[in-house]
Design a protein around this ligand. Structure first.
Ligand code: UD1
Length: 383
């Protein structure tokens, strides 16, 4: 008598923000479908301990079953190298593989989706349908293409559905499940590191009130002139509110190349290394104001009710502006300063905006994803 092999899902992680999205999904799948086989694959796009290994530990995530150790490179090199290394892994698993789940919008998301789709394995995309409308962002290209390749599309905010329908995605493939990154936030917030302890670890005293700054978008940090102009604005702001600045490796490289690091000695900007997830949560929660070009931080500040200025001209996460605490501030120093001052003078409410928690950012997005995924896998198998 032949027994059927268990349902088998391959889950891909690659860069720091992917881990916060995948951790609650893995836990929910294990709860809801203990017999489901899950292979966890890490492409190794992020490889520094602070960007990867420590985040696995903080989230209580198991070690990956497979690591591709792909590392950095140009977009073409990195994407191609991930595909080259992933294809044989996929082929070896394929006879018993039912689907591949990818999250977010990083190069690994697209690379693995492309390999799987071409080999005929269904792709499930978590955080589908976000659009900035700005195709100069590498992530926007990754989002558009990954969604076209996906069989099931899980969206984090209500507006994403219209974006997908406009691009010809069949409505029955789209599932509004909410924001899985907020699941991680809610689970881990009680364990967030107190800001004072984090600062002490890096040899600094924690100011009584502070702003938190992060910058890593290529459009902001790969051009030395743009980075200098942003940091001049931050230097001015730091006269009114000291700024803590955990520095992404991409940004550090440009700061060193341009000598802009010197600014930190003359102003109340505290440079920090890339921080762990629990440290970052603590600093965000305690911040008077967050200034960032990250996608995830726009969402996390909305969930925490902390004012956020997004240092970009657009956002693919409009719900953080329409309902949350986020304001798209652009990159002009005068505008950023005016918005920051308005926040500082209005008791923490940007432009009087209070912000509310968007629909389904309730800590249960992963449960919804797991339920839909398991049911869909069973239907595909005819079990
Ligand atoms: C990537 C994602 C971005 C995401 C970000 C989160 C793409 C296109 N971009 O950007 O969407 O918001 O991750 O952090 O996938 N580096 C290290 N150590 C590491 C990783 C990177 O030193 O662990 C350095 C390397 O010099 C590398 C550079 O950072 O060239 C950029 O890394 P990369 O993975 O290409 O993109 P990110 O800027 O991290």
């Amino acid at each position: 008598m032949s027994t059927r092999p268990p349902l088998h899902l391959l889950c891909v992680v690659a860069a720091r923000p992917n881990l916060m999205k995948m951790a609650p999904i893995l836990a929910a799948l294990a709860r809801q479908a203990p017999s489901l086989r899950i292979t966890l694959l890490d492409t190794g796009q992020h490889y520094d301990p602070a960007m990867s290994g420590q985040v696995f530990t903080a989230l209580g995530m198991r070690a990956p079953d497979i690591s591709l150790d792909v590392g950095s490179g140009s977009h073409a090199q990195q994407t191609a190298e991930i595909m080259r290394r992933y294809e044989p892994v996929h082929l070896a698993l394929q006879p018993r593989l039912d689907a591949v789940m990818v999250v977010g919008d990083v190069n690994s998301t697209l690379a693995c989706a492309l390999v799987a789709a071409k080999l005929g394995t269904p792709v499930l995309h978590v955080e589908a349908g976000l659009r900035s409308g700005d195709r100069s962002m590498p992530e926007e290209i990754n989002r558009l293409l990954t969604d076209q390749l996906s069989e099931l599309l899980f969206t984090s905010e209500a507006g994403a559905r219209a974006n997908l329908l406009r691009e010809g995605i069949a409505p029955e493939r789209i599932h509004f499940v909410g924001n899985v990154m907020i699941d991680s936030l809610r689970q881990q917030l009680p364990r967030a590191a107190p800001p004072g302890a984090t600062l002490l670890d890096y040899g600094h005293a924690c100011p009584p009130a502070y702003g938190l700054l992060t910058l890593h978008r290529p459009s902001n940090v790969d051009d030395g002139g743009r980075l200098a102009s942003l940091l001049q604005a931050m230097a001015e702001l730091s006269g009114e509110l000291p700024l803590l600045f955990p520095i992404h490796p991409r940004t550090l490289a440009m700061l060193r190349k341009t000598g802009l690091e010197q600014l930190f000695e003359q102003h109340a900007i505290v440079p920090l290394p890339p921080l762990g997830y629990l440290e970052m949560l603590g600093l965000m929660q305690g911040a008077r104001l967050v200034l960032t070009d990250s996608g995830g931080i726009q969402e996390e500040t909305t969930a925490l009710g902390v004012p956020c200025l997004t240092l970009r001209d657009n956002t693919e996460r409009p719900v953080t502006v329409d309902e949350g605490t986020n304001t798209v501030a652009g990159t002009e120093p005068e505008t950023i300063m005016a918005l920051a001052r308005a926040i500082l003078q209005s008791d923490g409410q940007p432009g009087g905006k209070r912000g509310r928690i968007p629909e389904y950012w309730d800590g249960h997005a992963a449960d919804r994803i797991a339920a839909i995924t398991v049911q869909w896998l069973q239907q595909c198998r005819g079990t």
